[in-house]
Design a protein around this ligand. Structure first.
Ligand code: JHZ
Ligand code: SAH
Length: 400
């Protein structure tokens, strides 16, 4: 029932930044075959070869939500909306990472779930109740038994798309959520991914890229339905789904949900042929990006990477671009710097504004934070510095 439509080749684990000593080890780095397919029954788009969660989300997990002002602002805005609209008494966050969302709520009201010990430590230190576990029915039962209050709001951003067994995810959510409870999830939108030709939304951690159509198929088996939806600009275009139990008649399904369904059907997200067209665009994107890099290097110019993202790892490994083309990356994340990009082994330097002064071109690994970065790097652009991006199509961006 799952038909493959895209092959992004052999890829390393996208968040497995390497230390110098890892490069010396002969068979240290794990590669897997990154193929993407479409399920004609559920309409889910997923990677075909999954890596066990424990291998991806270990106790050295480097990603921190708080590295972007855009994400912090988005979480803050959402917190206000959730407080104003639902006034929750007890909130559960699945995949709470460094607490960028829950920091906006009182410690008495929040339960965090974050499997990576090094990350969970951050919210624990801030005084938030944190379970260092993967979300499943065992944990849901434990939380329900230990928690005195009813959980009336569950939130999960950029996490449910990382868990392969979606039936277990939603069964566990239904186990802990009160009858009138609200579930809010957000993840990159399949529609935007296709429009942007941002094939780098696919990598080992992103098992799924959801659409409203596919989310609806999955949750209806659990007596849940989407009643509201928000389009977000975060992570290159995301959808935030507001979900309730079907039995909760107090909340009505609004027109935004119907409009999103309509838009996705119009784009034919329920048809395999759409993804074949996407594959062709991805293949052209690879060719065009490689040509841009080749032409710049031919002119003897210096290129670096800006934002050592998981997405950049997918692009560079797929396009066979390594440290002969990109001298190094700059990144603000403490657990990524002074390490090497997975697969391509490009070195990652700590972000330093001064370094950009001597650079001609910067490949936008964090293209999803383009606005934030362009604002920050006005001087680089003003002095003739240029960014390279592959979204929506490979191109060089100069100061406008
Ligand atoms: P960012 C990760 O993907 C992995 P990545 C994960 N699977 C997921 O779903 C999303 O996050 C949520 C740096 N940066 O968010 C910080 C600067 O250096 O696009 C980060 O390393 N300077 C969980 O890795 C990276 O860029 C800046 O000014 O694709 C951004 O990573 C800014 C704004 C960011 O996620
Ligand atoms: N919610 C944050 C973090 C996203 S990163 C944000 O939107 O910025 C994804 C997080 O989910 C990681 O911190 C990872 O450790 C966590 N995670 C991965 N698999 C999980 C699972 N099965 N259960 C709970 N959390 C999980």
């Amino acid at each position: 029932m799952i038909k493959k439509f895209l092959d992004l080749g052999m890829q390393p684990l996208a968040n497995n930044y390497l230390r110098k000593k890892d490069l010396i080890k002969k068979k240290g780095e794990l590669f897997y075959h990154l193929e993407i397919g479409f399920n004609s029954k559920t309409k889910l788009v997923s990677i075909l070869n999954t890596v066990p969660s424990k291998k991806m989300f270990d106790d050295n997990y480097p990603y921190r939500s708080s590295m972007s002002k855009t994400m912090l602002a988005s979480f803050k805005k959402l917190s206000k909306r959730l407080r104003d609209s639902y006034n929750p008494n007890c909130i559960l966050e699945i995949g709470s990472n460094d607490g960028s969302l829950i920091k906006n709520f009182s410690k008495k009201k929040v339960i965090c779930v974050e499997p990576c010990k090094n990350v969970a430590k951050i919210t624990k230190k801030l005084g938030y109740k944190t379970y260092t576990d993967f979300w499943d029915i065992k944990l849901a039962r434990k939380i329900k038994a230990m928690n005195k209050k009813e959980i009336d709001l569950i939130y999960s951003a950029n996490t449910l798309s990382h868990i392969s067994n979606l039936n277990s995810v939603f069964k566990s959510i239904c186990h802990v959520m009160s009858d009138k409870g609200i579930l809010v999830i957000e993840d990159p939108s399949l529609l935007e991914c296709l429009k942007n030709v941002s094939y780098d939304q696919f990598y080992n951690e992103h098992i799924y890229v959801f659409s409203l159509i596919s989310i609806n198929e999955v949750i209806k088996k659990h007596g849940l339905e989407v009643f509201d939806i928000e389009k977000l600009e975060t992570h290159g275009g995301s959808l935030r789904y507001y979900i309730k139990r079907k039995s909760n008649n107090k909340l009505k399904i609004n027109n935004k949900v119907k409009r999103q369904f309509h838009e996705e059907l119009k784009f034919k997200l329920h048809k395999y042929s759409t993804f074949i067209k996407f594959r062709k665009k991805v293949e052209s994107s690879k060719k065009d990006l490689k040509k841009i890099f080749f032409d710049i290097k031919k002119r003897g110019k210096k290129i670096i990477g800006y934002g050592a993202t998981a997405k950049a790892s997918t692009v560079l490994n797929y396009c066979n671009i390594n440290d002969e083309t990109i001298d190094f990356f700059l990144d603000t994340t403490p657990d990524k710097v002074n390490k090497f990009m997975p697969g391509t082994h490009i070195f990652i330097k700590p972000y330093d504004k001064k370094i950009l002064g001597s650079i001609d071109y910067a490949f936008l690994g964090a293209w999803n934070f383009k606005n934030e970065i362009f604002k920050k790097e006005k001087i680089f652009l003003k002095k003739g510095g240029k960014f390279i991006t592959h979204v929506r199509k490979p191109r060089i961006i100069k100061r406008s």
